[in-house]
Design a protein around this ligand. Structure first.
Ligand code: BES
Ligand code: ZN
Length: 854
């Protein structure tokens, strides 16, 4: 009996309504009889009533399940089927619940629960997918041990924990660690493994495997090394050891997210684990290393200590993102990682926090939890931990973490538990700091300065604009890392963390010989928007002299923005002093190539639009695009004589290796190639395309050529070479759209949806096309409205197949209030059309309603 589509308005869940489940689940036994369209799942669960439970309702979640039979203590029962699950009369003493259900994995295009990807069975249970597998209290605070028997004729059949035995047509698994159902996993199919092993610091041998489809074996080595590095790093830095004899990773092609931390059986989107020099770019390698680390780190921050309820999601995700960022900084370059993260934060989290979808890192309500796996929960959640670490200091941070693992191992916790551990470890109160978890919106930090008789005063004023449901905000604790430079570039005061706690607060420095140049918010010490009167000369000075690498980049970025804004607003020519500063930096071989590449990367056009909007202007996407083009063209001309030398000097010789140093050089080389292509029309890029033996250089060359509208031959060659590699084909789809001129972007995307290799059912392919469309600022926001319409058409179509991915992509419309009345009404029309679609999913309904309510 399938659920009918919800006739009533979607239900809202509130944090304040939390009540524990009235029963403990002591053990769970599951038997799967696999068949693509008629899989049987037989569950046997031992439940014990909690003596002190306020609510003894026996409700089990269940969706899209066909109930075959149910028993309590071996006696058949007839549960009452209700919306979203079932209810049953149960004994007041411990009892055994048994149920048999039938499910249809082959028909599961939503990719939640048990589904099929390329003839392979796999599961995705976070957040609420287990209820599509069997009836169960599908909530993270119900933790139990799982024993799983899989029956079927698949050559490889995996589940969580340790193997208990296997034979012709069956395999059994047991996971000794109690876990919530969202960490359950099952995989079965024709798979091959890339093996490895790791010896933990206490001497335990752990067997490691990366399981892939036959033919992908050669793309596993890098991921395996990343896994070993992660295991070692977590022991060295956090003292955390792996706790099973086996750790499996499986790559699947159809996956809504990047990867999933199921206990002992991580499941990865193949794009986030498979890598080879010929098919993956440097950026892919870096991401794969980070995501393998992230999912591995969840074993402690997420699995051993989990979340009490989904409102606490940032407890595991914010902390694990923070940990994977520390890992990447240690493996690669700390400042480069920080700059990359801030770029991503501004690109994804700031628009969310300053628009209709704004919510605190710990939301207090939701309709569909899948809609809250957001940049705010993840990235801002991680920033909040970074601030906490800065405020208490490194030593106290690790002391608190040690206490967290000791005190809460095996529990399902809250943000309150997390903060209490810091309070207890440091003796410091955190009630004001806690506002970071409950208040939405990005604080604005206004800085003014005063200098007289050797005394220098910095005055800060903080305020946060209203966000949905939160008109007024209290002042927060903001750690502001500040250093002072003398006018000749010497550091006269090293970095010091100023702690803001009030709406307005001043800090004084004494005994300064002259008025210093302040370097404020070093390392981006808090996720705020700094507002400070400055001059381009001062920004150029900091770009050249700041001793904090993050703030050197930041000064260049601020300068770039000012120049762009002036070009858009006044039709000004690109600022000559800025061009000179860039030229000097690019040619300075003493500087880290990766850093130079970052300084040469222009601020995003969406960021310029937001800046204009914040200053009271209505951004015109076409004008912003034109200014970017003019700027790049002028920079290329300015650098004309040095470009060939720079190109040669940054070309990495020898065999490709995906290390940070080589990647930095290639990133700079790619920037130079794109400038060079502006002058030579693609001669050098065509040579590079021809000679490339790795995807980073092949892709950079193809991008430069497509941008110059001179890459048709190479694009066809690329297709011919890679049409059988899905992951490379995703790149091919995306790049053509990303490189199209604004007036052609929507048409290019539309044509690609008619390509034989386009598929609505593969989220990676859908995202390749529509992520690229939404990411092309001037193309998506072209005045014709074609971009809006094309995206809306396809979201409506995708919603019937895959609500989760559809809902996430609605965020492309979240910035709509920035733009002119014409564009707003075009977007409103599309959002209204989506909202009015018959049978629209709960996921997408929530997203479009929130965006429209702006
Ligand atoms: N637990 C998530 C995966 C997930 C999220 C599953 C939402 C189901 C619904 C996993 O740990 C995760 O956070 N993955 C990220 C990548 C990570 C490096 C931030 C992802 O999949 O994007
Ligand atoms: Zn995660």
């Amino acid at each position: 009996m399938k659920d009918a589509s919800p006739a009533t308005a979607p239900k809202t869940f509130y944090l304040k309504d939390y009540t524990p489940f009235g029963y403990d689940a002591e053990s769970v036994h599951l038997t799967f009889r696999l068949a693509p369209e008629t899989t049987r799942v037989i569950s046997r669960i031992r439940f014990t009533p909690k003596p002190d439970a306020a609510d003894r309702t026996f409700f089990l979640h269940g969706e899209e399940l066909k109930l075959i039979s149910a028993k309590i203590d071996c006696q058949a029962v007839t549960p009452e089927l209700v919306e979203g699950g079932l209810k049953c009369e149960v004994p007041g003493a411990p009892f055994t619940w048994e149920a048999e259900v039938e499910i249809n994995p082959a028909d599961n295009t939503a990719l939640e629960g048990l589904y099929m990807s390329n003839h392979m069975y796999c599961t995705q249970c976070e957040a609420e997918g287990f209820r599509k597998i069997t009836y169960y209290p599908d909530r993270p605070d119900v933790m139990s041990t799982f024993t799983v028997r899989i029956e079927g004729d698949e050559p490889v059949m995996l589940s969580n924990g340790n193997p208990m035995g296997q034979g012709e047509g069956w395999a059994e698994w047991h996971d000794p660690w109690p876990k919530p159902a969202y960490l359950f996993a099952l995989v079965a199919g024709d798979l091959v493994n890339h093996p490895g092993s790791f010896t933990t610091k206490s001497g335990k041998e752990v067997e490691l495997n990366i399981w892939v489809r036959p033919g992908d074996e050669h793309k596993c080595a890098f991921g395996m090394e990343a896994l070993k590095k992660s295991m070692k790093w977590d022991e060295d830095v956090y003292g955390l050891e792996y706790d099973l004899d086996l750790f499996n990773i499986v790559a699947v092609d159809d996956f809504n997210m990047g990867a999933m931390e199921n206990k002992g059986l991580n499941i990865f989107n193949s794009s986030c684990v498979l890598a080879s020099p010929e098919t993956s770019t440097d950026a892919n390698f870096e991401r794969i290393e980070a995501i393998i680390a992230h999912e591995y780190f969840h074993n402690w921050t997420g699995n051993r200590i989990t979340c009490r309820d989904w409102f606490q999601l940032c407890l595991k995700e914010g902390l694990t993102v923070f940990r994977d960022a520390q890992f990447t900084a240690d493996m690669r370059s700390e400042p480069v990682k920080r700059i990359e993260d801030v770029i991503a934060l501004r690109a994804r989290q700031f628009p969310e926090d300053n628009g209709p979808l704004a919510h605190p890192p710990r939301p207090e309500q939701f309709q569909e939890i899948n809609n809250f796996y957001t940049a705010t929960v993840y990235e801002k959640g991680a920033e909040v931990i970074g601030m906490l670490k800065r405020l208490v200091g490194d030593e106290n941070y690790y002391k608190a973490l040690k206490l967290y693992f000791e005190r809460h191992d095996g529990q399902a916790c809250t943000i309150e538990d997390w903060l209490k551990v810091f309070e207890d470890a440091t003796g410091r109160g955190l009630s004001q700091f806690k506002l970071w978890y409950s208040q939405a919106g990005t604080p604005r930090l206004k800085v003014s300065e005063d200098y007289a008789d050797g005394t220098y005063t910095l005055t800060f004023e903080q305020s946060t604009p209203p966000t949905p449901g939160q008109p007024d905000k209290a002042p927060r604790v903001i750690p502001v890392a500040v250093g002072l430079l003398s006018p000749n570039g010497d550091e006269v005061r090293g970095t010091e963390v100023l702690e803001l706690t009030e709406a307005r607060q001043s800090f004084t420095y004494q005994g300064l010989a002259s008025k210093p140049v302040p370097s404020i918010l070093r390392e981006f010490s808090a996720p705020v928007i700094l507002e400070r009167e400055s001059t381009n000369a001062e920004r150029a000075f900091l770009l050249a002299h700041d001793t904090d690498p993050f703030n050197r980049w930041e000064a260049g970025n601020a300068l770039a923005k000012e120049v762009r804004v002036a070009m858009v607003l006044d039709g000004a020519a690109p600022d000559a002093a800025y061009l000179d500063a860039l030229e000097k930096l690019v040619r300075d071989d003493a500087q880290d190539p990766a850093f130079r590449a970052l300084v040469l990367t222009p601020p995003s056009q969406s960021d310029i639009a937001q800046t204009l909007f914040d200053r009271g202007h209505t951004p015109d996407p076409q004008k912003i695009y034109d200014a970017a083009e003019t700027f790049t063209q002028t920079l290329a001309q300015q650098l004309e004589t040095s470009l060939p030398r720079l190109y040669a000097a940054t070309t990495v010789d020898g065999p490709y290796a995906p290390d940070a140093e080589g990647a930095g050089k290639r990133a700079l080389n790619g920037r130079i190639l794109s400038l060079l292509t502006r002058l030579d029309g693609g001669e050098q890029a065509a040579r590079q395309y021809q000679a490339a033996d790795n995807m980073t250089q092949q892709y950079a060359a193809l991008g430069a050529l497509l941008k110059a509208e001179n890459g048709e031959a190479q694009s066809q060659a690329f297709f011919g070479q890679w049409q059988d590699d899905r992951l490379v084909m995703d790149k091919w789809f995306a790049l053509q759209i990303a490189c199209a001129a604004p007036e052609k972007t929507a048409a290019t995307a539309a044509a690609l949806t008619r390509h034989p290799l386009f598929s609505m059912k593969n989220p990676n392919r859908f995202r390749a096309v529509f992520g690229a469309l939404a990411g092309h600022h001037a193309g998506f926001h072209h005045a014709s409205g074609e971009g809006y319409q094309l995206l809306a058409d396809n979201l409506i179509a995708l919603d019937k197949l895959n609500p989760q991915t559809t809902a996430r992509m609605c965020a492309a419309f979240q910035t709509w209030k920035r733009y002119d009345a014409g564009r707003q009404s075009l977007i409103r029309a599309q959002l209204t059309r989506i909202a009015g679609t018959d049978g629209l999913s709960r996921d997408t309904t929530e997203m479009v309603t929130r965006i429209l309510d702006a």
